[in-house]
Design a protein around this ligand. Structure first.
Ligand SMILES: [Zn+2]
Length: 381
């Protein structure tokens, strides 16, 4: 898979086990073609009549890199691939693809938990890997909104529940980018404004939380927990599904909040980032507590992903870059995340060694840091 002229030390470092610091469960059931296609890409809608989601960078990548893991030739037709998937069954397909990724630790965002998705522990078992949990803040808030009777209960229970959930987790995650955008007021909201907003919220708790005051309250409550337990907070930024307003997902828009967190020493991990990965690399370069990962961008841009990794590497400090697959639903995406991370890094590092800019030992060290070392340090694995 990797270029033949890559120095052995760099090759070994790139093929070493990875820590996947952001992923979700994959489907445990056998999928129809329609179900499988809905999980290719972030659109969550069927392809227009007469077309297929296999005609995307990710669709082509599945046929290229996942087919051989299922004992097929590269580039087989979608129907052949899906037929083989059915024949092997979801359990075997998941085991093969998760293990082919070479991931030894999954940090699973359990906020999307559903009966048909593997749990964090099951991801570990199927992948022959360790597994830990990342707590999604907005999901905890929804649980509390569903059960709290009055605003004061809401505030107390939210803090207590976050403490309890964080005790079993290695990190927290915010999807505030989806709910009100990253250009939120970075200050902690006043108690009076939170109580008023909570009363409004509790009059219709099933609604998705979009109130910026309560979202900021949730985030600052999480900051208190993260500081006490020395946990990183992940933020969705950039590329996501159609629920996202991309123009409000640029991580540079949350510079004020990042600055406010600096004295607290809480690691801020920017996920996905694309097409704002250059802004993210800049933030990681100027703030000591900011980390960056382009995650699912690599899977979804596939053949184009090496250029994106190259752009990230223009500025990102090597001790700030992480790896994730961000697989959701399809184990294929876990394998492909690892494939394109290794391929992209091989190209970027190989060129630096070849030009004499770096030694092979430097390149091997950077590969190790990005692939697992940085995640082990940040999440204290
Ligand atoms: Zn994700």
């Amino acid at each position: 898979m990797l270029p033949v002229d890559l120095p052995d030390a760099v090759r070994d470092a790139l093929l070493a086990p990875l820590v996947d610091h952001h992923c979700h469960g994959v489907r445990r059931d056998d999928l129809s073609r329609a179900q499988f296609e809905l999980l290719i890409g972030e659109s969550r809608s069927p392809a227009p009549p007469g077309t297929t989601h296999f005609d995307t960078p990710l669709g082509a990548a599945i046929r290229r890199w996942c087919a051989p893991v299922l004992d097929l030739e590269p580039h087989v037709a979608p129907a052949v691939y899906l037929g083989r998937r059915q024949e092997l069954g979801a359990g075997e397909v998941n085991r093969r693809l998760l293990q082919a990724s070479g991931v030894v630790a999954f940090l699973v965002d359990t906020g999307l938990e559903a009966p048909d998705l593997l749990s964090a522990a099951e991801m570990g078992r199927h992948g022959g890997a360790a597994a830990d949990e990342i707590v999604r803040l907005e999901q905890v808030e929804q649980d509390i909104a569903d059960s709290a009777a009055v605003a004061v209960d809401y505030m107390d229970s939210l803090g207590e529940e976050l403490v309890a959930r964080a005790a079993r987790a290695v990190g927290l995650k915010s999807i505030i980018a989806y709910r009100c955008g990253l250009d939120f007021d970075p200050s902690r909201p006043s108690r009076g404004s939170v109580i008023a907003a909570a009363n409004r919220r509790l009059s219709d708790p099933r609604e998705r939380l979009v109130d910026p005051i309560l979202l900021r309250h949730l985030l600052w409550t999480a900051v208190d927990v993260a500081r006490d337990r020395a946990l990183p907070i992940q933020f969705h930024t950039g590329y996501g599904d159609a629920d996202l307003d991309m123009s409000r997902a640029d991580p540079a828009q949350m510079t004020g909040f990042i600055r406010a967190l600096q004295p607290l020493g809480i690691p801020v991990v920017l996920l996905h980032c694309y097409p704002f990965h250059r802004q993210a690399a800049y933030l990681a370069s100027v703030f000591p507590h900011v980390y960056v990962d382009v995650g699912l961008t690599l899977t979804h841009t596939a053949a184009g992903s090496a250029r994106i990794l190259d752009e990230l590497l223009e500025l990102v400090p090597f001790h700030k870059q992480l790896f994730s697959s961000d697989c959701y639903g399809l184990a294929e995406c876990c394998h492909l995340g690892a494939v394109y991370f290794r391929l992209g890094m091989a190209g970027a590092l190989g060129r630096r060694v070849e030009s004499g800019e770096w030694s092979a030992a430097d390149a091997a060290r950077v590969a190790h840091m990005a692939g697992s070392g940085n995640a082990r340090r940040v999440y204290r694995l």
